[in-house]
Write a protein that binds this ligand. Sequence first.
Ligand code: ADP
Length: 337
Amino acid sequence: MAVDIIRISHLVKEFKTANGVVHALDDVNLSIRHGEIYGIIGLSGAGKSTLVRCINYLERPTSGDVFFDGVSLSQMKERDRREVRRSMGMIFQQFNLLEQRNVLKNVCFPLELGGMKRVKAEARARELLNLVGLADREKAYPAQLSGGQKQRVAIARAIATEPRVLLCDEATSALDPNTTESILNLIRDINRTLGITVVMITHQMSVIEAVCDRVAIIDQSRIAEEGEVQRIFSAPQSKIGRELILGGDVRQEEFGASKKIRVTFDGRSAFEPVIANMILGCQLPVNILFAATKEIGGQAAGQMVLQLPENEADAMKLIHYLRDRGVNLEEVKNSDF
Ligand code: ADP
């Protein structure tokens, strides 16, 4: 079987700051296959940008390693690392175009840096502008373009040197939904027609759903879960996965490290009044993490997983309320529910 194009192994990245050490990545392991579109999703501050900057070694990992086509980046000479970096194009949320250069010159820039003669570089840049649908704007300056057009120029520039991987860091986060769709379509076309592997960093689940084959969900510096997009979307296993996919505000302060209970309804009682009355009666909040219930003739069958407040006395008050009313419940010890 072919070697994965990128393999990240036990990657740790710490930043030493005036306020102590920040653990941006903590034992991250993942593999990206040749030709796929791989998503990395997480909330702000989860570690996504740090991860992508470690992938191309703009950031040196504290420990662990990154393998490109099976070769360890940490063991490589700096010259070879530069070569690997050149085979990874990158686009950003803020486009990062050179404002003083027109569109054509922006796309020529990496080619000329690589030593290509001007005439040849311009011919190649024109091909690329044609590919991204901007053939008629080569003389425009970035300030004269829309956000979507700027990102098209950035994509043309990123793939000018024929990279094998395109790293997209929140590439559509500054764009409206229609423009996002057109940019995602362009990225997918480039992936399919040029065979460029794409790594898509985003905080938007819709982006993952639209174009990615596989996804890693990163939460608080660690991979919470990873796999085929379809599988993760249909049955997220992690708390953060459920939060991102099913919505809801699971991460409220009072629910930090609190107890979770599974409440089972066997059809003898209606679950809504039980839960509603419990919340009203106890004057305490609960968080519904999971519910699989069916109403049959006004009676509920199924189960719910509730997260209780962190305060132990409050949690016990809720548990006693349910027990007193004969509701079946058990404590859930891990996130597998
Ligand atoms: P994301 O891209 O998911 O928003 P980041 O990778 O930017 O997350 O950040 C992860 C964590 O690392 C955050 O707590 C952030 O403040 C911290 N961090 C990132 N870069 C640096 C840095 N150069 N110095 C100190 N802390 C950093």
